[in-house]
Design a protein around this ligand. Structure first.
Ligand code: HEM
Length: 409
């Protein structure tokens, strides 16, 4: 039976407008858009209070309140159902409650799995998967006269994350415990931990699966959105071609080259703004005590708190011409997307900010650079680009991108 969601503002001291009615759309439609319309139409972007069934929820749709929630120590937990707990989810970084175990996992993530040195050390794997993808795209174009991009991106992404997690068919049972060098994969890294950092086998399995299921789709789907905008905006593609041709004088493009390309970076940022992969930041937070915000509102303990990042990145009070795809805005004013500027925080912010953000950005930027440098992308008349969305774990293109990929010299 479909859940009817009733929205009320029943929280103690919470000065949100009471909203009543059936919000069926929330449970099966584009919740970020429905919630944004509600917030804007009631001029209530700071905080809306709702109840989803018996769960009290607050939604922030402005950068200031979003920062207060995401960076507050009182919102460092995530709501998690009993069923997920029994499936070991609470042993993974994303769902582990704020405490010693979660802090240990975050230390391992920042010090070992996603350290700048480790990301650099995995560049050869990224380049390899990318070359395989480019060859497969060339073949499909020859065969069909157009390319359906998503499966190539998902395959490359899966290979890359799978490669890092289970390279050379290793398994936790069979691998001897080795000391982890910079270039070794996630399994080796986890197995090499010693002393207080050492994890149980079950915990390692939970973390490795999380890396695959969190890392794979987000990276592939974000790249697909970038490429859809590139196909729709030939003038953007032309600028990218000039920038990339200058950078790839000997034909090759490395992470270090693409990191220096301002227009490419701006195109990725503008896509994150227009199509944040987690429009509601994917995973909510849970208040662990009553929290008073700076505007006087009090959020009671055990309230699920969500940030509508999509509403913030589409708010005309925050962004000029928010509906237009204009990468130039990021050339005029640089904006940090890694959680410091809440006008555009697609990776969240605060203690639970996405630990894979640098890896995700490096991968997407390299792929877009190579895809655009290798081909001229055009609309396919039989499969016009449709920017319709569907909200699953991430917000994906409803109709996977198909386009013509013409080989460049
Ligand atoms: C384009 C790529 C990505 C986007 C847009 C993205 C977005 C996010 C967001 C919005 C959160 C919640 C942050 C918060 O609550 O403040 C998150 C958490 C997380 N992400 Fe990502 N992510 C991406 C890539 C990755 C990758 C590549 C990995 C790992 C391989 C990863 C692993 C995680 C984990 C483990 C968490 C949970 C952190 C915690 O609760 O402590 N993500 N991500």
């Amino acid at each position: 039976m479909e859940e009817i969601i009733e929205v009320t503002a029943s929280f103690l001291d919470l000065v949100a407008c009471p909203i009543f009615g059936s919000l069926l759309a929330l449970s099966r439609g584009l919740a970020h858009r429905t919630l944004a319309s509600m917030a804007w139409s009631r001029d209530n972007t700071q905080l809306m209070a709702l109840s989803l069934g018996s769960t009290p929820v607050v939604v922030a749709s402005d950068p200031h309140t979003a920062r207060e929630i995401l960076t507050s120590i009182h919102f460092a937990d995530r709501p998690i159902k009993q069923s997920a707990k029994s499936l070991m989810f609470s042993r993974a970084i994303g769902f582990a409650p704020n405490g010693t175990y979660w802090r240990l996992l975050r230390r391992i993530a920042s010090g070992h799995l996603f350290s700048p040195r480790r990301i650099l050390a995995h560049e050869s794997l990224r380049q390899l998967e990318c070359s395989t993808m480019l060859r497969a795209i060339t073949n499909e174009q020859k065969q069909n006269g157009f390319v359906s991009l998503r499966k190539h991106l998902q395959f490359a992404s899966l290979e890359q994350h799978h490669g890092k997690c289970f390279w050379e068919e290793k398994s936790i049972e069979t691998v001897s415990r080795v000391k982890g060098g910079d270039s070794c994969d996630f399994v080796d890294v986890l197995l090499s931990l010693e002393g207080q950092e050492k994890l149980e086998d079950d915990d390692m399995v939970a973390v490795l699966w999380e890396m695959i299921f969190r890392g794979t789709d987000t990276t592939a789907l974000l790249t697909e959105w970038v490429m859809a905008e590139v196909v729709l905006h030939p003038e953007v593609q032309e600028k990218l071609h000039s920038e990339l041709d200058m950078a790839a004088k000997d034909g090759s493009l490395a992470d270090a080259d693409v990191a220096k390309l301002p227009y490419l970076q701006a195109v990725v940022k503008e896509t994150l703004r227009v199509h944040p992969p987690g429009p509601l930041l994917s995973w909510a937070r849970l208040s662990t005590s009553d929290v008073q915000l700076s505007n006087g509102m009090v959020i009671p303990a055990n309230t699920t708190a969500m940030v509508n990042m999509w509403a913030i990145t589409h708010d005309p009070h925050v962004w000029e011409d928010p509906l237009e795809f204009k990468p130039e805005r990021f050339i005029e004013a640089d904006v940090d997307v890694r959680g410091n500027d809440l006008r555009l925080a697609p990776f969240g912010a605060g203690r639970r900010v996405c630990p894979g953000k640098n890896l995700g950005l490096v991968t997407v930027t390299l792929w877009v650079a190579k895809l655009v440098h290798s081909f001229k992308w055009k609309q396919d008349v039989d499969h016009p680009v449709d920017l319709g969305e569907v909200l699953k774990l991430s917000c994906e293109m409803k109709y996977p991108l198909c386009a013509v990929a013409m080989q460049r010299k």
